[in-house]
Design a protein around this ligand. Sequence first.
Ligand SMILES: [Zn+2]
Length: 279
Amino acid sequence: MKIGQIVQSSVPAIFKYCEETEPEEFARLQDPRYSKETFDINYPFCRQVAQIGAADRVRYWTREYVIHGVPVRVTSQWFNPPTSKSLPLLQRYLASKGLPADSHPETATSDALPPDVAIRAARGRYKGNAIGNAQNYLVRNILSRLGDEQFNALQWQAVVDAFGRACAYCGTEGELVMDHVVPINKQALGEHRLGNLVPSCRACNARKAEWDFREFLADDPIRIETIEAHMMSQGYEPIGDHAQLRAIIELAHQDVRNLADRYVAIINTVLTGKPEGTE
Ligand SMILES: [Zn+2]
């Protein structure tokens, strides 16, 4: 599990703590120095939406939280070990505030955790995390196979040429990979079609991750327009607004969990001789 996901799963508890237990903590979380010392991050943990400038927009997740009536966003600038110490620091922080760590299973690998937290975290891993990955893979698999469009290497090369054989996001030349403009996931519902693919350098490809290209390129309207022109020229129509398709993908996502639950129940019954839940 990536640290970004762990942070995001902890945010609601942290803000609830600010609202109900320690209001001053909310001010501290907006302080860059406190954020650096507490989490080893280079941006304030959160910032008021009104104070986030265009250049910094990509440093903050789009989700807004309202704390004491103030809308804020949380920084996305977290890095995994061994690059940064943020993960153990976050764990220590949660423990010091008495906040649950069991929604982020990888914390089980830390020696710094009290044993009961570690045990709950380990249990969490087998209950939830792995199935989340399986759910996402299924969605990705479905979205990448929709329609009957085929494209070959020559057609892809023509797209790379159209972008001047440079990264569609930053203009870097050199090694380029395919990047999905609209990410292939349950939220964005991007597809694996030529019109949704642009050449990208590896750095942009990694940084963009699950971002929508318009958010990722917030301060670069010319590149946004160029990519939109590419999508239109290939007849790519994003399906993200299609409520029925969204519901179907949600169903598929849920089905993976149901499938796992079904087999857990069957095997528990075999092992114990009793139906699940009747201990
Ligand atoms: Zn780039």
